[in-house]
Every structure is written in C-alpha cells, then in structure tokens.
Write a protein that binds this ligand. Structure first.
Ligand code: GDP
Length: 320
C-alpha cells in the first residue's frame, strides 16, 4: 500500500461509475492500475441540453479529475474557472443562472456539441475530448443514445434530473425513478468489448439509484455483466448508516429502504459476485456473496489509492 508509482496490478479493470463520489475511487485506481488498462463506463442519465449545449456532468467530472484540472473544492467543474458568460447572460438577458457552467468548462460543452452535431457518436466524441486532455484511461458513456433519468416527486411531479438535483437541490421527496428512452438505447460495441475483456469489473461507490441504475438499465448491459468472465464487485456508498455526501440515504429512506450497505448489496443482487463493505458497518447477512470490510472513506489521495489497491488485491485473492 502507499507507493503511488507502483502499478500494483496488471489487469484490465472496467468500472461502472457516476459523478463525484465514484470519481474518488477512480482517482485511486489510476494510481494503482496502468491507465491504459482502465475503462470507465459512465452514467449519462444526468445529461441534458442547456443553452443549446450538450452537458454530460458525470463524464466531465471524471474527465477533469483524471486530467488534473478539476476544481478541487467543488469536486466538479474546472479549477480556477470564471463565470463571466453566465453573468453576462443574467445581466444582459435576464437568463437565470441556475446551472453553473464556468467559462473554461463551456469550451468542453461547445466542442462536444459541435462534434455531436457533425454526426459523431457520444462515445467517439468522449474519446476525442479525453485524448486531447491527455488521458490514457478509456472513458465510455454508458450508451450513445440520450437516456435521461426522470424523477417522480411527491411535491413537483416528474422532474428532469438536473431540475431535481440542482434547481430543487434534491429537496423533493422521490417516489420513483425511470429511464426515459431506454427502450431505444443499446449497449455500445465499446462497452460490450470492455466488459468482455475485463479481468475485474467494479461498481464504484456511486449513488446506486441515481448513478448506477441508469447504467444497469441500458438494454443488454445486465446480461453482459452476467456473461462476463470477470468478477463484478461493488463498493458501498453507505458508511455507518449515512451517505458521505448527496441524496443517496435520503432517497433510500424515501423509497422505503433501510439506509444500510446491506440494502445496497441487495439492490445489486443478481449483478455482483462480491461487495466491499465499510469497516464501520455491520457484516452483511449475505451468505452467497463474497464480502470484505475495508476502510472505504476516501478522505485524501492516499486513502483513495489504498481503497483501490486493497479492493483489487482482495478480489485477486479469490478470483481466478
Ligand atoms: P454524484 O453523481 O456526484 O452524486 O456522485 P456519485 O453518484 O458518483 O456518488 C455519490 C455517492 O458517493 C454517495 O452515495 C456517497 O455516499 C458516496 N461517497 C462519496 N464519498 C465517498 C467515500 O469517500 N467513500 C465511500 N464509500 N462512498 C463515498
């Protein structure tokens, strides 16, 4: 543990991942796995069109983080960014700046939108942006089709994801969640190949209901996980009965679930072979699941790399 320059494992690792929480584990993985062997399959259920631009929040959070250009305080957006464009939109045109887009960040959305309009797929465009930012790890959107997450709430009826999350600050009570257009989406050849070629498949400690469920809803993806030779292992986003950040625990309670790692493991039943529980949690009552308790609280760079290394070493200990 600890030596960040020592690439511990020479394995192909594929990771199902959402935004800021999952990206903490990605920052650790990049220290212990050769980046060219890492593939991230990223939630795009949060994507939306804003000011005529295609915005992919989870994709960009991961891309900026791995490129070393993320805003370290926010955990998303670009470091040392300004908001002159948004201020001008508000001051000159009365456009409410409810969704923050920095000026440097806007460059990504402008270029992505242009390349998409020229007919490239989101997979191709993402690869192009990531390579230009110097990344060797592969970043794949969960699918090429738009598959927006729609939240049904008690107070506001149905809300688009960003309306729920940003505009209403995840205050409304969640009644159900659906994945619009999923019948028209398909697993991309790149995602399919990544899952086939993986030696280990991880589910990052992202929000299971908002960040991972959309990925699992992509037609064909659950079946591909079942078919895969690689073990599939999830890391708990719940520590000591609470989420580290964000609405995971609130949503679990609203959906009538106990806020526990056990409920998360149950949500992934049929998908996972193993589960990384936190050392602060009760052991899981799941006899058919391989489990381990590790310190999963990623407070700094060392803790992120340690969790990545300990998780991979634990899996290597029982997987063929
Ligand atoms: P979002 O899309 O930006 O909300 O981020 P994700 O869906 O990727 O991650 C949100 C989840 O990350 C929350 O449920 C948090 O509990 C979890 N999380 C954040 N930091 C940590 C951490 O240090 N350790 C663990 N185990 N979970 C974390």
């Amino acid at each position: 543990m600890g030596n960040e320059n020592n690439l511990a494992l020479n394995k192909n690792v594929a990771v199902l991942i959402g935004g800021v929480g999952g990206t903490k584990l990605a920052s650790g993985l990049i220290k212990v796995v050769a980046p060219a062997r890492l593939t991230f399959i990223i939630n795009t259920g949060d994507d939306f069109c804003h000011l005529g631009l295609k915005i992919c929040p989870d994709l960009d959070t991961l891309m900026y983080t791995l490129a070393g250009s993320v805003d370290p305080d926010l955990g998303w957006g670009m470091a040392a960014d300004s908001t002159t464009t948004l201020e001008s939109l508000e001051q000159n045109y009365g456009v409410e700046p409810w969704f923050r887009l920095g000026d440097k960040d806007l460059a990504t959305h402008l270029l992505r939108s242009q390349l998409l309009r020229q007919g490239q797929s989101l997979t191709a465009v993402t690869g192009c942006l990531a390579r230009r930012l110097g990344l060797s790890a592969r970043l794949l959107p969960m699918c090429d089709e738009a598959m927006p997450t729609i939240i049904s709430t008690a107070e506001q009826g149905e809300l688009g994801f960003q309306e729920y999350f940003v505009k209403h600050r995840w205050r409304p009570v969640v009644e159900s969640i659906r994945h619009q257009n999923c019948e028209k989406a398909a697993m991309s050849p790149a995602v399919s190949a990544a899952l086939e070629q993986a030696d280990i498949i991880l589910i990052a400690p992202s929000n299971p209901w908002l960040s991972v469920a959309p990925i699992l809803a992509v037609p064909g993806l659950r079946a591909a996980l079942k078919r895969a030779d690689a073990p599939v292992v999830a890391v708990t986003p719940i520590i000591a009965g609470a989420a580290v950040k964000g609405p995971t625990a609130k949503i679990m309670a609203e959906l009538g679930l106990t806020v526990s790692a056990a409920a998360v493991a149950e949500f992934y039943a049929g998908v996972i072979d193993g589960f990384v529980n936190d050392c602060r949690n009760e052991p899981l009552p799941a006899p058919n699941l391989r489990t381990v308790r590790l310190d999963t609280l990623m407070t700094d760079t060392i803790a992120k790399a340690a969790l990545a290394r300990n998780t991979l070493e634990w899996i290597a200990g029982w997987a063929a």
